[in-house]
Ligand binder design. Structure first.
Ligand SMILES: Cc1ncc(COP(=O)(O)O)c(C=O)c1O
Length: 364
């Protein structure tokens, strides 16, 4: 039986041609391809500016630095997310204030309200697995308390909230182009989306040694630049993003139909159009099921096995450990099933049959 992988990157003749075009252009960093990719991303996201950087983590670090984040500041984040969500602010001496998740695996907004203190400066809702947060609610809370909001869209490129593309709905949106992501550049990369022109200009300078012209440095910066081969590849991927997301939704619908009554399938809010970066079930005997699927040549994942509020990197700095019962329970039950932009329904069916076999129940 052929192996079913958890995810798969789109690699085709047009992707290879784009990479070659960049390779032969003689320009390798922040050139025409990067500029075009930024413009196309901004238009897709519906914002004035997209600023590329070498990863989500680093471009967000630069953004937080420009925001003046530092010791004493508190930022509200869900614990159930990829570790990098709160990494940049920890580096700047700020404190992540962790909240629990709801049944769609995104931050519980009741807890966000309760977590605000006079030291709170911002909120980072994470659109985990590709499902948005009720961002209008988040913006209401933020407006009342004069907080900024950064949408972590690393897993949600192309997702919609009340018909609007995520990433341009708050002060800032941040994307990752890591290979497994819905929109990848087949390498590392990230970007900030914003309508704030002044911040965009400073971010562009900060990622490139604080310079305006070639040898005019207005302030010390970094090298967090983007390269042309990845940009050329990203432009091809962006053209296919909606089509691949539609396919992910088709696969998710198939899993929902066939697995209901066997495991807990992921809910989707009526105002959301999720893009299923991951299709995550909750189930009993999770580790045994994972082993059984592996024996049947089906890869799965656990995103993430250890909540961030319990990570040694966090508890060493912030000894007060909150109790987040849903997060702590979910990490024992979650399992990510194979899904990607080119996956077929027949492949999803093979996964469903194997899960049915494990639990001794026939998929519907
Ligand atoms: C939710 C989330 N935020 C942030 C990141 C960090 O992205 P990058 O690897 O581009 O730094 C990731 C990727 O792992 C992610 O999944």
């Amino acid at each position: 039986m052929q192996k079913i992988t958890l995810s798969k990157c789109y690699v085709s003749a047009e992707v290879e041609e784009a990479a070659l075009r960049a390779l032969r252009s003689g320009q390798y960093i922040l050139g025409k391809e990067s500029q075009a990719f930024e413009a196309e991303l901004a238009s897709y996201t519906g914002v004035k500016h997209c600023i590329l950087g070498s990863s989500w983590t680093l471009i967000v670090y630069l953004l937080h630095q420009l925001q003046g984040i530092g010791p004493g500041d508190e930022i509200i984040v869900p614990s159930h997310t990829a570790f990098p969500t709160m990494e940049p602010l920890i580096h700047l001496g700020a404190r992540p204030v962790f909240v629990d998740v709801d049944d769609t695996f995104v931050m519980d907004l009741g807890q966000v309200r309760a977590a605000i203190t006079p030291r709170t400066v911002g909120i980072i809702p994470v659109y985990l697995y590709g499902h948005p947060v009720d961002v209008h609610e988040v913006l209401d809370i933020a407006a009342k308390h004069h907080l900024w909001v950064l949408e972590d869209c690393a897993q949600a490129q192309g997702a919609k909230y009340r018909g609007k593309t995520v990433g341009g709905l708050a002060d800032f949106g941040a994307f990752s182009f890591f290979p497994s992501k819905n929109l990848t550049v087949l390498g590392d990369g990230g970007c900030i989306a914003t309508n704030n022109t002044q911040m965009a200009e400073r971010l562009r300078m900060l990622r490139n040694h604080g310079r305006q012209g070639k040898y005019d440095h207005e302030f010390p910066g970094y090298n967090v630049r983007f390269n042309e081969i990845n940009a050329a590849i990203g432009r091809v991927m962006l053209k296919h993003l909606d089509e691949f997301n539609e396919n992910r939704r088709r696969i998710a619908a198939r899993y929902n139909d066939r697995l209901k009554g066997i495991v807990q399938t992921p809910p989707e809010r009526e105002w959301a159009k999720a893009v299923y970066h991951m299709y995550v079930i909750r189930c009993e005997r999770r580790d045994e099921l994972q082993k059984f699927l592996k024996e049947h040549n089906i890869d799965t994942g656990i995103h993430y096995p250890k909540p961030n509020h319990l990570q040694p990197a966090v508890t060493a700095l912030f000894p007060y450990v909150p109790k987040l019962p849903r997060t702590e329970q979910f990490v024992k039950e979650i399992l990510s099933l194979p899904i990607h932009g080119e996956m077929t329904v027949e492949t999803a069916d093979r996964v469903c049959e194997a899960i049915g076999q494990f639990y001794g129940k026939k998929p519907s």
